[in-house]
Write a protein that binds this ligand. Structure first.
Ligand SMILES: C[S@@+](CC[C@H](N)C(=O)[O-])C[C@H]1O[C@@H](n2cnc3c(N)ncnc32)[C@H](O)[C@@H]1O
Length: 307
């Protein structure tokens, strides 16, 4: 790679501002060397040899939007795996799914949304839990997975995973819902990994994946393939785990209010362990369940609408 002048502190602050504007992301000063290292690979693609010009391209260039999408892939953390946070998933299968099965029995439809699903493990886990529960046979089962990253959404659509993604998955579940398959070309970077597991067709069919920037849900052009408006007040359970912690407080509140609008009255919201609504100071009308690991939208708004 050609030598580049180091990313200056002023350029770093400008990048932070742009990433915050684009997706609500918040980075502390320790991210400077990470930006420097990861963005260095982008400059030669545009025949640029310094970060100042790259910033101009991001902000004003004709390819700025596409470049911003590509660079957000590089600076966001996509860490995820199947059956992450086991105790919260127990709450989902033992308390939440039975409650939805009871409430939705007349219409026989369940909708779960994994918002910030990365490469799809969380959405597929939810679909597997729906099947495992045996409560929804013959129902219209819909699991939506959305993420900022085009590359992760492509991965989710392919539904192919290496062994590491199953580190918390009981082997019997993996063997029941996945089949070993030849490695697709797009995953050939990980040449030395021995086995690839592909999600079974029956589970994949009820899961739909789309690129969605949670901060820009009010812009319909950002939602190809998924009509989030059609989900308005229709989602029974939203999983938005380990996403808000990367956003600044204003963006968190904005995203939460969008998620809240799409939740059914009586619907459930699951956040990551470190993400508590109390910490966010939100005024959303949500009831906390089981140590703040799950929240419920009341059937009818309560007076005052405060936590
Ligand atoms: C650490 S992963 C969490 C994956 C999964 N929810 C889990 O808990 O295992 C965080 C994901 O949030 C996504 N993300 C961050 N900001 C976002 C935004 N503004 N809109 C949509 N997705 C976002 C990132 O692209 C990344 O894939």
């Amino acid at each position: 790679m050609p030598w580049l002048p180091p990313l200056t502190s002023a350029e770093f602050h400008e990048l932070r501002r742009l990433f915050n504007e684009a997706a609500g992301l918040s980075f502390d000063s320790s991210a400077l060397p990470v930006f420097q290292q990861r963005l260095a690979s982008r400059l030669p693609l545009h025949d640029l040899d310094n970060f100042r010009d790259y910033l101009r391209l991001l902000e004003y260039g004709p390819e700025g939007g596409a470049e911003m999408a590509a660079v957000l892939d590089l600076v966001t953390a996509g860490e995820t795996y199947f059956f992450r946070h086991e105790e919260q998933l127990q709450l989902l299968s033992q308390v939440i799914l039975p409650a939805v099965a009871q409430a939705n029995a007349p219409r026989r439809r369940i909708t779960i949304w994994s918002a910030g699903c990365s490469s799809g493990e969380e959405a597929y886990t939810a679909a597997i839990l729906i099947y495992e529960s045996g409560l929804f046979n013959g129902w219209n089962v819909r699991v939506a997975g959305t993420d900022l990253s085009q590359e992760r959404i492509e991965h989710a659509r392919q539904g192919c995973y290496f062994q590491g993604a199953f580190r918390c998955t009981p082997p019997a579940i993996r063997d029941r819902y996945f089949v070993t398959s030849p490695r697709p070309d797009s995953l050939s970077r990980q040449r030395h990994s021995p086995a690839i597991w592909q999600i079974q067709e029956e589970i994949r069919r009820c899961c739909q994946f789309s690129v969605v920037n949670l901060l820009r849900m009010d812009r319909p052009s950002q939602l190809p393939g998924l009509e989030l408006e059609a989900l308005s007040r229709r989602v029974d359970v939203i999983l938005c785990r380990n996403v808000l912690l990367y956003l600044d407080p204003k963006a968190r509140v904005r995203v939460l209010s969008q998620l809240y609008d799409r939740l059914m009255p009586g619907g459930f919201l699951l956040l990551g362990h470190s993400e508590s609504l109390k910490m966010l100071g939100t005024t959303l009308d949500l009831e906390s369940l089981h140590h703040d690991l799950a929240f419920r939208k009341p059937e009818r708004p309560r007076r005052g609408g405060e936590l």
